[in-house]
Design a protein around this ligand. Sequence first.
Ligand SMILES: [Zn+2]
Ligand SMILES: [Zn+2]
Length: 150
Amino acid sequence: MWWIVFLGTFVWMEWAAWFLHKYVMHGFLWILHKDHHQRVKGRVFEWNDFFAVFFAVPSFLCILFDSIYNWPLLGAFGFGIMAYGFVYFLVHEVIIHRRIKSLKFSSNWYSKGVNAAHKVHHSVLEKEGAENFGMLVVPLKYFRLKSSKS
Ligand SMILES: [Zn+2]
Ligand SMILES: [Zn+2]
């Protein structure tokens, strides 16, 4: 059961991140997401990074309550959020936006696909009109591109 909750949370988080991105970040919290679309050169942190904290807090609390009261399924939920956050960070900050210059990855069909889809998301600099709000799951057409323009 632990693994079902853990993996279910991971999958659900992709949906939650998509929903948050489409309806909240490109909605009433655009003010925090804006600097991820209109980047200021040379700045290390973005207001957009606040959303990592937004997910880290409930994840931390679930794991904390599990360790105090021994509620393993709540812990599984917390670890699911944490695992998704880690993969999201790896794919979005490290592989796509290359924010950690010393970490380099050779590209493969998957990274090329998500990269192409996310670059299309960034081609719109404004709140309205963007597409591809998902991160790990993107439309299949991006995996069929022979070469991705980045
Ligand atoms: Zn966006
Ligand atoms: Zn981005």
